[in-house]
Design a protein around this ligand. Sequence first.
Ligand code: GLA
Length: 381
Amino acid sequence: MEVKTIREKFKSLYGSDGATYTSPGRINLIGEHTDYNGGFVLPGAIDKAMYCVIKPNGSDRIRAYAMDLSETDEFGLDDIPVKQWSKYIFGVCNEMIKRGKKVEGFDCVFAGDVPLGAGMSSSAALESCFGFAINDMYGLGFDRFELALTGQATEHNYVGVKCGIMDQFASCFGKEGSLIRLDCRSLEYEYVPFDPAGYRLVLLNTCVAHELASSAYNKRRESCENAASHIRKYHPEVELLRDATLDMLKEVANEVSAEDYIRAEFVIEEIQRLQDACKALEQGDYETVGKKMYETHIGLSRKYEVSCEELDFLNNIARECGVTGSRVMGGGFGGCTINLVKDGLYDGFIKRATEAYEQKFKIKPKVYGVVIRDGARKLQE
Ligand code: GLA
């Protein structure tokens, strides 16, 4: 959908022009389920984003139109709205109010092209888009760190997903052509230029999203925290799994459940894998990066158990086609694989993967070439 169309809709609904803001979805090259363990991630903002047109309306109510769904809602800032998408807007406003700021009523229209449930962070894009817009519109003075944290708190307190900071951070801090190497504990970050000559990065969307994904996600987080708390009894310096080693985990093998053990093992290994992949990236060694991506997939599938038949199928085909790296991306339970493919193999891989997938699952997977773009911003009229 074009921005012009969203602006026209705003005008036809509310009778005047509003300001336009956008914030993108993200990819993550490697480092999955490490963020809420205080580890590292390597995301980048992409060219698929959420857009909103917005204007204060002088009242204490929010009037919103979700253009992709053709749905309207109106709510005050005191009572939690019923509609799921309204909760995101309400949550962002309330988290800002909790932080001592004054947020008043506004009118808005929003739409986007980040596929839902695809592991590309459509919800973080929505939170960051509204966070950036409301902050700018009322001059609230939040910086991008605080906006990312406000979005994350919205997930925790109004949506019920105990997510880490990666998605909101990437949406707020994205930079064209660069990945972000983020330390999720200190929030120190570094832009890593990413333009792998001779390779392409492509997402294949299984177009399946599993319903219990958010409760399963929260359960993974609990397992990690539980393992960390057992290790802490013997190693008080271990605040999160980021601080633990495999040897420390072995020491508590008899105290934690087999399930918690294997989840924690994955996370400790994944934090190391990311470090190895970053070193390889510095040397332009994409073959090693790709190898690490496959290892991540195996870990996510067998140890963390967040893959599914459809994702494993696409991962296998990548392997068979000689693709350099491939893995499930994001929270898992459906969504996309991210693939690092040599130029010469690209067309053959896409053809084979789409045909075989369609034959087996009777749905066409969607293919998105990755373009790395800037994060949250205001669009000029
Ligand atoms: C989701 C969460 C993130 C992160 C990833 C897995 O996208 O929102 O915080 O945990 O899953 O890496």
